[in-house]
Ligand binder design. Structure first.
Ligand SMILES: Nc1ncnc2c1ncn2[C@@H]1O[C@H](COP(=O)(O)OP(=O)(O)OP(=O)(O)O)[C@@H](O)[C@H]1O
Ligand SMILES: [Mg+2]
Length: 215
């Protein structure tokens, strides 16, 4: 479960989030809808514990932002995978190594790592491109690779920050279908978007955020 409880986030003199409470249950697919500057990315970063709330708390499974020890934050991050509009793949290594990198930092054994990476690449339909460099792939394929990287530690949830933003219509549809399929298989998905039309066509729960407040 993902929970935010009366969260305020202030940066300098600016209030970025004001009294945000939300909950995403295990297995749900939830949209976080709002215009540019509304605070969507900030909400996702707080849930990933990249930032801390100024007031209030964030809970992720049994981890709470108000009590967590900093040495536990890497463990927590394996429980939630992040994906971004611009993929954030490492340009100087191939697709296999990009995904393997997320496992390496956990100290996984080599044989296990190889099996797990191949299995995850197959899951997102990218097994055949594993030796390619990111720049050799289409946007949709790069987004699949970044999803594989987010999934390789078997998180219970995926946080997606405008994951369709840089893709053409067809690739965006395919990535959305992949996220829906992963959700269908049990992964919780929280997806930030400003695309009102897209949100209206799908039967998922939608949290609206504007000027740092949940409506
Ligand atoms: N570190 C920071 N310093 C100053 N202002 C910040 C900081 N982080 C966020 N903000 C401000 O907080 C507001 C919300 O930012 P955020 O990136 O969360 O919005 P967003 O909904 O993701 O927008 P977009 O759709 O453009 O990505 C913005 O006005 C932004 O300028
Ligand atoms: Mg953003």
């Amino acid at each position: 479960m993902i929970q935010m409880f009366h969260v305020y986030k202030t940066v300098g003199n600016t209030t970025v989030l004001e009294d945000v409470s939300l909950q995403v249950d295990k297995g749900e697919f939830v949209f976080l809808l709002g215009p540019s500057g509304a605070g969507k990315s900030t909400v996702l970063r707080l849930i990933h514990f990249d930032e801390h709330p100024t007031q209030g708390w964030v809970r992720l499974e049994n981890y709470n932002s108000s009590t967590i020890k900093s040495r536990h934050i890497p463990l927590l991050r394996r429980r939630v995978g992040m994906i971004f509009q611009d993929f954030k793949l490492l340009r100087d290594r191939n697709i296999f190594d990009n995904v393997a990198f997320a496992l390496q930092v956990t100290g996984a054994k080599k044989a296990f790592m190889k099996r797990k990476v191949l299995q995850t690449l197959a899951l997102v339909g990218l097994g055949h491109l594993r030796n390619m460099m990111p720049a050799q792939l289409s946007g949709g394929e790069q987004q699949r690779a970044s999803i594989a990287r987010a999934l390789v530690n078997q998180p219970f949830a995926l946080l997606a920050d405008e994951p369709l933003g840089d893709l053409d219509k067809e690739a965006a549809f395919d990535i959305l279908q992949l996220l829906r399929e992963l959700n269908h298989q049990g992964t919780t998905v929280l997806m930030a978007t400003h695309d009102t039309e897209l949100v209206e066509t799908l039967p998922y729960h939608c949290l609206r955020i504007e000027k740092g407040k949940i409506l």
